[in-house]
Ligand binder design. Structure first.
Ligand code: TEU
Length: 563
């Protein structure tokens, strides 16, 4: 059997891929909406305070009702949890915190019964330092696993170079048994794998194929642009062999089935994204790029160095990606994930206009070309949190706090950065109902619930016709029924306007306008007169009173059949 990329496909198992035969030649992942679950914060089924796989199974009907077609599951493999699962010690087993392999198999089956596919998070740049490969590797230079990791000579006093780790401190850690340093781009407990070793690469491919055979429909590839690092040249992302490795991995694994693959690539540019998401299928389906996520910080500094969002520039980043990949690659569309703050707190108004602005932000993203990703709780308009420093759990936040204190920053200033950008903003427990601990757990949650769960929760939103949840449901439905939203070209509208985000999508004779007011002011847009005859497909106010008017945080999608 061949897909439309002309590649041979082997259907390996009974699951969505086989059942959905009609979808096989249509790149199903261009037609679907993905929902990201951060398992530890989603739903706890056994009262230990940590979300788990049986908890996810309990909530599949909720996700079915929302209308999503796939779940991206943040890591559930065995892990000491130094970085909440992004430090894997066994790729082929489930961490007991989350359940066991039988639970995972049941999840795949139960999701498939509801036409929902499971996308696993593959962390291939590094393992845990407790992975058996690393336990062997650090025994001696002669150990057969030594070369699975990245080592450099030095002395305890002299580091190989001044490379820094993403979570603070040097990227090099000394191992006296070997008389060498190992590289860790992230925490000390996350040693980097050496992709230049062909045996390691084969072990990884074997493991990926094992998961494909279990019925996994795709993979999100953690920091995939960093696997081909060249630490001596201080090149961490986009090393010279990166695309060779991705193409080899794709040939040996992904191309054997009809999968979705999305690589996390902070370094991606339009040019590299065209390679990553080449329509010939030689690499991945798409990447997560972050250009729209790094503008509200001071130029050349870190995310903690806050700056107001340059709105017009932000819109232009979207235009660049929408136009740059049209017909030449594929975009992922998102405003949130488990590493980012809540979008309604960041780009909207999480007080008076929370509901309205959450819907408005959803409209901006879901009107574009690409595959939209919803992060758990985004569909409820969940907001950022402010904890005392002792209550934060994320190692990045905690390291930053002590590092900046040492550097002489004022505590209040550090806390402002943490309130705005800490990864824990997105990691508070999912708000299911207004019972104790938001219906997330019967025990003590691993991280405190956002106290606003008494007001913001799924139970109420499932009842309330006008809820953020139901608005997302409508957007997902619209994407299914309107080819122009899935495939149309993109053209900015009112590009220099400092209050309004608007664009036009075109496909054949059809065109739609997406227009969103990013302020709490009433606006009059005379250019909307040209759209007077159009039909309002969706809006976030009950009724439209004036085609040219935009109320606070109003969003509209208007469709017109061109003459
Ligand atoms: O994130 C990669 C990454 O670069 C982030 O750590 C990012 O720099 C940071 O969140 C922004 O401040 C991936 C995972 O998504 C993240 O959860 C992991 O901690 C990281 O890789 C290491 O595996």
């Amino acid at each position: 059997m061949c897909n439309d990329k002309g590649q041979k496909m082997i259907i390996l198992y009974n699951g969505c891929n086989e059942r959905g035969a009609a979808m096989q030649n249509t790149e199903w992942w261009k037609q679907t909406v993905v929902y990201q679950i951060y398992p530890r914060s989603f739903k706890d089924s056994n009262g230990d305070g940590v979300g788990d796989i049986p908890g996810i199974i309990e909530k599949l009907d909720y996700l079915k009702e929302l209308g999503i077609g796939a779940i991206w599951l943040s890591p559930v493999c065995k892990s000491p949890q130094a970085d909440n699962g992004y430090d894997i010690s066994d790729y082929q087993d489930i961490d007991p915190l989350f359940g066991n392999l039988a639970d995972m198999e049941r999840l795949i089956k139960e999701a498939s019964d509801r036409e929902i596919r499971i996308i696993m998070d593959l962390v291939l740049n590094h393992t845990s330092d407790e992975h058996p490969w690393f336990l062997e590797a650090k025994k001696s230079r002669e150990n057969p696993y030594h070369d699975y990791y990245v080592w450099r000579d030095g002395t305890p006093e002299i580091l190989p170079n001044d490379l820094k780790a993403a979570f603070g401190g040097s990227a090099w850690e000394w191992v006296p048994e070997c008389g060498q340093y190992y590289l860790h781009q992230f925490a000390v407990k996350q040693p980097d794998l050496n992709w230049d070793n062909p045996k390691l690469r084969q072990e990884i491919y074997k493991m990926i194929n094992w998961w494909i055979e279990k019925g996994i429909s795709g993979f999100r590839l953690d920091v995939i642009d960093q696997i081909a690092k060249e630490p001596d040249r201080k090149i961490m992302a986009e090393g010279s062999r990166l695309h060779d490795y991705i193409q080899e991995m794709s040939r040996e694994t992904f191309q054997r089935a009809d999968l979705i693959t999305v690589g996390e690539a902070w370094s991606a540019t339009i040019d590299t994204a065209k390679r990553f998401s080449n329509p010939d299928g030689s690499e991945l389906s798409m990447v997560f790029q972050f250009e729209h996520m790094v503008l509200d910080q001071q130029k050349g500094k870190e995310k903690w160095d806050l700056a107001p969002l340059p709105f017009v520039e932000w819109k232009k980043v979207f235009t660049k990606w929408q136009q740059g990949l049209h017909g030449k690659g594929w975009n992922s569309l998102f405003l949130e994930n488990h590493d980012l703050p809540r979008s309604v707190s960041r780009f909207g108004n999480d007080e008076e206009y929370r509901t309205r602005s959450a819907k408005m932000l959803a409209t901006v993203i879901h009107g574009m070309e690409g595959t939209p990703y919803i992060y758990q709780g985004e569909e409820l308009g969940m907001t950022n949190i402010r904890y005392d420093i002792e209550e934060y759990r994320d190692l990045e936040t905690l390291n930053l706090y002590s590092e900046r204190l040492q550097q002489g920053y004022r505590e209040s200033e550090i806390m402002q950065s943490i309130y705005a950008k800490s990864r824990d903003n997105a990691r508070t427990p999912m708000q299911w109902d207004d019972s104790h601990n938001a219906g997330f757990t019967t025990g003590t949650p691993w991280i405190r619930c956002n106290p606003n769960y008494t007001m913001i929760h799924a139970k109420a939103q499932l009842i309330e016709e006008d809820s953020v949840f139901h608005y997302y449901q409508k957007l997902i439905h619209l994407r299914k029924t309107e080819p122009v939203i899935r495939e149309g070209s993109y053209e900015p509208f009112l590009e220099e306007d400092t209050d309004v985000f608007a664009y036009i999508r075109r496909l054949g004779r059809e065109r739609i306008l997406v227009i969103c007011n990013f302020t709490d002011k009433e606006l009059y847009i005379k250019e909307l007169q040209q759209w007077e005859k159009g039909k309002l497909l969706l809006g976030n106010y009950r009724e439209e009173h004036d085609r040219c008017g935009l109320r606070p945080y109003e969003a509209k999608i208007v469709k017109e059949d061109a003459q």
